[in-house]
Write a protein that binds this ligand. Structure first.
Ligand SMILES: [Zn+2]
Ligand SMILES: [Zn+2]
Length: 253
């Protein structure tokens, strides 16, 4: 089993708050964002890739928020725009149909041309080297987590005591468990189930309490653990935490 993935997995499970796999993803994503804003920008091989792919909307947003290398971001954007324009411009122009008149007949070829230009645009705006790298790293992490659960007692305890595994990452763990032997899978999914069931029940009860606090008769009751239960539920359902926290801070300030 690859050791380079074990260290970050252990680190993520050593912290006790939230989903450890979300932490792994966030750290890996930050590393890739820094990589694409760092010296790699000037490497012809990297630029060859980013000229073609650009970045997906989510990662463009995150690169834009990172203010460390505006010039680098500008250079990448410039050559990506040029590459995109060079490919799209002639195809978009060629898709414009001639007007059907008295001399020229109707021709429905243009419909197919529009769709294929749209396909080209959608394919290009969806491609992203950060997503590709991240998906690959997450595949390794999930594999290592399953392996360590069966081979490392200390890790097994940490896994069982994780605060929760969010639902998208639970699905990834289940897909990996489908590759295990039946006995290994039985222990692993039992632990996953207990963790999942406990989290669901706690969130349902906290969110219910949150709604009951709006009843004037409960105004003076303490919030307990329910105050941030909406954000915690969103994080559990979707795995992405940052935007939810921003919303909460905005409302409270
Ligand atoms: Zn997660
Ligand atoms: Zn992306």
């Amino acid at each position: 089993m690859e050791k380079i993935y074990m260290i970050p997995v252990n680190d993520a499970y050593n912290e006790s708050c939230g989903c450890p796999i979300c932490r792994l993803r966030d750290k890996a994503e930050t590393n890739y964002l820094e990589y694409y804003l760092g010296p790699s920008l000037m490497e012809p091989d990297t630029r060859k890739i980013t000229n073609k792919t650009g970045f997906c909307p989510v990662h463009m947003g995150k690169l834009n928020q990172a203010v460390t290398n505006r010039l680098g971001l500008g250079l990448v954007m410039h050559t990506h725009l040029k590459d995109f324009h060079e490919e799209l411009d002639p195809k978009l122009k060629a898709s414009i149909p001639a007007k059907a008149g008295l001399l020229k007949g109707r021709n429905s070829d243009y419909k197919q041309k529009f769709n294929s230009v749209a396909d080209l645009i959608e394919k290009r705006i969806g491609s992203c080297p950060i997503c590709d790298n991240l998906n690959e790293a997450m595949g390794h992490y999930i594999e290592v987590i399953c392996w360590m659960f069966s081979h490392d007692h200390e890790f097994k305890d940490k896994f069982m005591n994780a605060e929760f595994h969010c639902l998208p990452h639970t699905a990834m763990l289940l897909r990996q468990a489908a590759k295990l032997s039946q006995n290994e899978a039985s222990d692993f999914v039992d632990a996953l189930y207990n963790n999942n069931s406990k989290t669901f029940e706690a969130l349902i009860s906290d969110v219910e309490y949150f709604t009951l606090k709006f009843d004037y008769r409960n105004t003076d009751k303490p919030w307990g653990t329910s105050k941030d239960s909406i954000q915690r539920s969103m994080r559990f359902l979707s795995s992405d935490g940052r935007d939810f926290d921003v919303q909460q801070t905005k409302k409270q300030s």
